[in-house]
Ligand binder design. Structure first.
Ligand SMILES: Nc1nc2c(c(=O)[nH]1)N[C@H]1C(S)=C(S)[C@@H](COP(=O)(O)OP(=O)(O)OC[C@H]3O[C@@H](n4cnc5c(=O)[nH]c(N)nc54)[C@H](O)[C@@H]3O)O[C@H]1N2
Ligand SMILES: Nc1nc2c(c(=O)[nH]1)N[C@H]1C(S)=C(S)[C@@H](COP(=O)(O)OP(=O)(O)OC[C@H]3O[C@@H](n4cnc5c(=O)[nH]c(N)nc54)[C@H](O)[C@@H]3O)O[C@H]1N2
Ligand code: SF4
Ligand SMILES: [Mo]
Length: 772
C-alpha cells in the first residue's frame, strides 16, 4: 500500500507546530512541517522531525507492568493491571483518608488531550490535598501574580510577537526552547521579523544564548536579580514621568502604592546587585516608554528564582505602566476556542493564596497545589495525612525536582504507586503498576492549554493518525479508568466519566440565564453532540459553548457530520464552531489576531486590576534585603538544548550528540581562577550534594555563573531507556535539597543558587567525545 499522509499537531513543545506525517502501514516514516497549517505554516524543528523515531522508540512500553510477589516488574494484561489499581487504591483511601494519596502530575499532561481532560476529575475522585505538579518547578509564580493582579491565575498575557515594536525578554531562550507561555511556531522567525520591521529586542540572560545573539541589546544580569532590575525600571518610569496607562488608566488600583514601593529601587541602588550599569537600566526604561508598542516577557529564568513571583508581577507592572497591557503590539490575553465566553465586566471571586498549608513544611497552597520540592518530606514523615501511595501521571520527579536521591528512597518506601508513563524510568521504576499510554501517532490531539497562550487565536484538531492496536486503551481511557478506581466504581464503563462531565456541564449551562442554551433540555442537547469518543464529544461540547461556538442553534447542524469528507476545507467564518466543522479543516481554523479583552476577563473582587496586592507588598522587604546581600562567588543556572526535552528525550538516537551534552559551562576567567581546564571533570557542590561533570569553557556564560542542563542522570538501575542510559549525564537537581523556594508560589529555586567547584585533576575527559 502506498504511504499515507496525515496532519498531526506536534506535542513535543509549546509551539504546537502542524506536522505532516508519512505513514507506512502502522509506522510513521517521516514528519515534515505542514505548510497548510493555519498557525505554523510549515515550521518544524529537529524534535518534530524526529516524531517517527520517538513514536517508534523500541523502549516504549507496550503493555502494563505490575510488581509481582518477588518484587520485580513483569508484563501483565490491561484488566489485571486496572484490577490491581482498583484493589489497592480505594481501600487505602478508606483506611487512611484521602490525603494518603499523593497526586503527581508532570509536564507532558499539558501536551496531551487526556492530560487536560481527566486530571481534574482524578483529583476530585481522590479528594487529596497532596497535589504536586511540574508548575512548582516552572510557572507557578506567573499564575500567582496573574491571580493577584487579574483575579484569574490563567489570565497570563502573551507578547504580541507579530506586531510589537519592542520586546524586553527576560530569562527565556526561545531559540532553543521554542517558547513557553507564549505559543508561537517559528519563534526564531518572529524575532527576526520584529527586527526586520525596525523593532528592537532586548534580552536579559546571564548567558549569551542564541536568543541573546539575535538581540539589539543583551544584559548579562547576575542570576536571581531580575526583580531588582524591573523594580528599578518601574522607578525610572515614575521618576521621569514616563508612565502612561492609556486605556487602562481608570481600570487600575494601586499605582501610587507601586510608585512608593519602588522608590528605593533606583538604578544606582540595584546596579551592583544586578551587576549592570545604572545608565543602561535607565536607557531600558526610556526605550520601553518611547516604543510605539512594547511587551515585557519573562519565562523560566524569571520564575524558578528566589523572587519568582515578584519578578512575574513586575513584568506585568511594566506592561501596565507603559500602557502596553491589552493593546495590540503589547501584551494581550488570547481567547481560545474552548475558553468560557467573555463575561460581563464586574467584580469576581478574586484569587486566594494559602487556603491551606502542607502538613510537614507548612508551605501555603497555591492554585490548590503544594510545592513539588516538599513531596519527599510528605512521604517520609509518619503521622496522619502521610503520603503512602502515589499516582504519578507523566511525571519524572526523581530527575525533575530537587534532591532526586531522597525522592528515590521515599518512592521506594511507598505502600503503593501507579505511574501512567510510556517509559520504565527513574521514577516509574518504583511503581507497582505502570500503565503505558500509546505513542502519539495513535492519540488524538487538541491543545487545550497552549491555545490559551498562543500569539494568534486559532483552533486545530488532529484525530489519531494510526488506529490503536486491538485491546490497547488510549490515554483517555487509562485516565478515565483511574478516575473510576479512585472513586471506588471500577466496574463502570469509562464512558460514564465523560458522559458525567457532559451532563454536569449542560445542566449548568441551561440554568445560566446568560447562556445561549438557557432553559433548554440538557438531555436533548446532548443528543446533538458528535464525536467518535468521549473526549471528542467533550471537545464538541466545549467548542459549541465556547466564544466562537455554534451553541446548539439549529444551523449548527448544517455543518458536515462525521461521515462527511474530513479533508474538505471550505472557508468558514470565525463563528459557529463545532467539532464537525473543525474536522472539516484538518489544517486548522484561524480566529484572528489577539484583541483587547479588558475589563471583561478581570475576576478580582474589585473588578479592577489590583496593581499592588497585599501578598506581593508583604514580600517586598525580602527583595529590599537582597539589595544589601553579598552575592555568592559562583552560582549555577540551567540551560535547554534544542534537541531535548526535560527528562525524557535522551532516548532518541537522532536527538543525541552534538551540543546536546551534559557539560558544566564555565567562563574562561572563572576557569583560570579555579584551575579548571576544558574537558576536565569537575565536582560541583551545593546545599543538596555534589555531582561531577566535564567542564566546557565558554564565554557564553558570564563570570560568576556556571551552567548545567537538567533532565540528565539516567544511570539508575532497573530502568529501560537504552540510549539514554548509555550517555546518562548527571542530575543537576541533586545539588538541591528542596529548601530554596520562592515563598509565595512554592516554586523551587532552580536557577541562581550558590555552588563551589573542585577540578578533579588527572581525570581529563575530552568533552567532545565523553560518554557522559
Ligand atoms: N534544574 C532544573 N530542573 C527543572 C527545570 C529546569 O529548568 N532546571 N525545568 C522544570 C520544568 S519547566 C518542568 S516543566 C519540569 C518537567 O519535569 P516533568 O514534569 O518530570 O516532565 P518531563 O521530564 O517532561 O516528563 C515526565 C514524564 O512524562 C513521560 N511522558 C512523555 N510523554 C508522555 C505521554 O504522552 N503521556 C504520559 N502519561 N507520560 C508521558 C516521560 O516518559 C517522563 O517520564 O522539569 C523541571 N525541572
Ligand atoms: N529544546 C527544549 N525545549 C523545551 C524544553 C526542553 O527541555 N528542551 N522544555 C520545555 C519546557 S517544560 C519549558 S517550561 C520551556 C522553557 O522555555 P524557556 O523559558 O525559554 O527555557 P530556557 O531555555 O530554560 O531559558 C531560560 C533562560 O533563563 C536564563 N536564566 C537563568 N537564570 C536567570 C536569571 O536569574 N535571570 C535571567 N534573566 N535569566 C536567567 C537561562 O540562562 C536560560 O537561557 O521550554 C520548553 N521547551
Ligand atoms: S518547535 Fe516544538 S512543536 Fe514545533 S516541531 Fe519542534 S518540538 Fe514540535
Ligand atoms: Mo516547563
Amino acid at each position: 500500500m502506498a504511504p499515507q499522509h496525515a496532519p498531526r499537531i506536534c506535542p513535543l513543545c509549546e509551539a504546537t507546530c502542524g506536522l505532516t506525517l508519512t505513514i507506512d502501514g502502522t509506522r510513521v516514516t517521516r514528519a515534515r512541517g505542514d505548510r497548510d497549517d493555519v498557525f505554523s505554516r510549515g515550521f518544524i524543528c529537529p524534535k518534530g522531525a524526529s516524531f517517527g523515531e520517538l513514536d517508534a522508540d523500541p523502549d516504549r512500553l507496550t503493555a502494563p507492568l505490575v510488581r509481582g510477589e518477588d518484587g520485580t516488574l513483569r508484563e501483565a494484561g490491561w484488566e489485571e493491571a486496572f484490577d490491581l489499581v482498583a484493589a489497592r487504591l480505594r481501600p487505602m483511601i478508606e483506611a487512611y483518608g484521602p490525603d494518603c494519596v499523593g497526586a503527581v502530575l508532570g509536564n507532558p499532561n499539558v501536551h496531551t488531550m487526556a492530560g487536560q481532560l481527566y486530571p481534574p476529575l482524578l483529583l476530585a475522585a481522590l479528594g487529596t490535598r497532596n497535589v504536586f505538579t511540574a508548575s512548582t518547578l516552572d510557572q507557578m509564580p506567573k499564575h500567582v501574580s496573574s491571580g493577584l493582579l487579574f483575579g484569574d491565575p490563567f489570565a497570563i498575557p502573551v507578547p504580541d510577537l507579530d506586531h510589537t515594536g519592542h520586546l524586553l525578554l527576560l530569562g527565556a531562550n526561545p531559540l532553543e526552547s521554542n517558547g513557553s507561555l507564549c505559543t508561537a511556531p517559528d519563534f526564531p522567525g518572529k524575532l527576526k521579523a520584529l527586527r526586520a520591521r525596525g523593532g528592537t529586542l532586548t534580552v536579559v540572560d546571564p548567558r549569551r544564548t542564541r536568543t541573546a545573539r539575535l538581540a539589539d541589546r543583551h544584559l548579562a544580569i547576575r542570576p536571581g536579580t531580575d526583580a531588582l532590575l524591573l523594580a528599578a525600571v518601574a522607578h525610572v518610569l515614575f521618576e521621569e514621568k514616563l508612565t502612561d496607562l492609556g486605556r487602562l488608566t481608570d481600570l487600575v488600583d494601586g499605582v501610587a502604592e507601586v510608585r512608593e514601593a519602588t522608590a528605593g529601587f533606583t538604578p544606582e541602588a540595584v546596579a551592583s546587585a544586578c551587576d549592570l550599569d545604572a545608565g543602561e537600566i535607565r536607557t531600558i526604561a526610556r526605550e520601553l516608554a518611547a516604543a510605539p508598542t512594547a511587551a515585557v516577557y519573562g519565562r523560566v529564568g524569571s520564575c524558578t528564582v528566589e523572587h519568582g513571583t515578584l519578578t512575574s508581577w513586575l513584568v506585568d507592572v511594566l506592561n501596565i505602566l507603559t500602557g502596553n497591557l491589552d493593546r495590540p503590539g503589547g501584551a494581550l490575553f488570547p481567547l481560545s476556542a474552548t475558553d468560557r465566553p467573555p463575561r460581563k465586566p464586574g467584580p469576581g471571586k478574586g484569587f486566594a493564596l494559602g487556603r491551606w498549608t502542607s502538613r510537614v513544611g507548612g508551605h501555603p497552597e497555591a492554585k490548590s497545589e503544594l510545592p513539588l520540592a516538599a513531596l519527599a518530606e510528605e512521604m517520609e514523615t509518619p503521622g496522619e495525612g502521610q503520603i503512602r501511595a502515589v499516582v504519578a501521571v507523566a511525571a519524572n520527579p526523581v530527575l525533575s525536582a530537587p534532591d532526586g536521591d531522597r525522592l528515590d528512597r521515599a518512592l521506594a518506601g511507598l505502600e503503593f504507586m501507579v505511574s501512567v508513563d510510556p517509559y520504565l524510568n527513574e521514577t516509574s521504576r518504583h511503581a507497582d503498576v505502570i500503565l503505558p499510554p500509546p505513542p502519539p501517532s495513535r492519540s488524538a490531539h487538541f491543545d487545550f492549554a497552549f491555545n490559551g497562550f498562543a500569539v494568534r487565536n486559532q483552533v486545530r484538531y488532529s484525530p489519531a493518525a494510526i488506529p490503536l492496536e486491538e485491546g490497547r486503551p488510549d490515554e483517555s481511557e487509562i485516565l478515565a479508568r483511574l478516575v473510576l478506581a479512585a472513586a471506588g466504581t471500577p466496574g463502570a464503563s469509562p464512558e460514564v466519566v465523560d458522559e458525567g462531565v457532559i451532563d454536569r456541564t449542560l445542566a449548568t449551562a441551561v440554568a445560566d440565564p446568560r447562556s445561549p442554551v438557557h432553559g433548554r433540555d440538557p438531555r436533548e442537547l446532548s443528543t446533538h453532540l458528535t464525536g467518535l469518543t468521549g473526549p471528542e464529544r467533550r471537545l464538541d461540547l466545549m467548542l459549541r459553548l465556547g466564544p466562537y461556538g455554534a451553541g446548539f442553534a439549529p444551523n449548527a447542524e448544517d455543518a458536515p457530520d462525521e461521515s462527511a469528507d474530513r479533508e474538505s476545507a471550505a472557508p468558514l467564518p470565525p463563528q459557529g464552531l463545532t467539532l464537525a466543522r473543525l474536522l472539516a479543516h484538518p489544517h486548522g481554523i484561524d480566529l484572528g489576531p489577539l484583541r483587547p479583552r479588558l475589563p471583561a476577563l478581570l475576576k478580582t473582587r474589585s473588578g479592577r486590576i489590583e496593581l499592588f496586592p497585599a501578598p506581593l507588598a508583604a514580600d517586598l522587604p525580602r527583595l529590599r534585603a537582597a539589595l544589601a546581600a553579598r552575592p555568592a562567588a559562583l552560582v549555577l543556572v540551567g540551560r535547554r538544548h534544542l534537541r531535548s526535552n526535560n527528562s525524557w528525550m535522551h532516548n532518541v538516537p537522532a536527538l543525541t550528540g552534538g551540543s546536546n551534552r551534559c557539560t558544566l559551562q564555565i567562563h574562561p576567567a572563572d576557569a583560570a581562577r579555579l584551575g579548571i581546564e576544558d574537558g576536565v571533570r569537575v565536582r560541583i557542590t551545593a546545599d543538596g550534594g555534589a555531582v561531577e561533570a566535564p567542564a566546557e569553557i565558554t564565554d557564553a556564560v558570564r563570570t560568576g555563573v556556571v551552567s548545567l542542563p537538567h533532565g540528565w542522570g539516567h544511570d539508575r538501575p532497573g530502568t529501560r531507556t537504552t540510549v539514554a542510559s548509555a550517555r546518562p549525564g548527571v542530575n543537576v537537581n541533586q545539588l538541591l535539597d528542596g529548601s530554596r523556594l520562592d515563598p509565595l508560589s512554592g516554586t523551587a529555586v532552580l536557577n541562581g543558587f550558590p555552588v563551589t567547584l573542585t577540578p578533579l585533576t588527572g581525570d581529563r575527559v575530552p568533552a567532545r567525545t565523553a560518554h557522559l
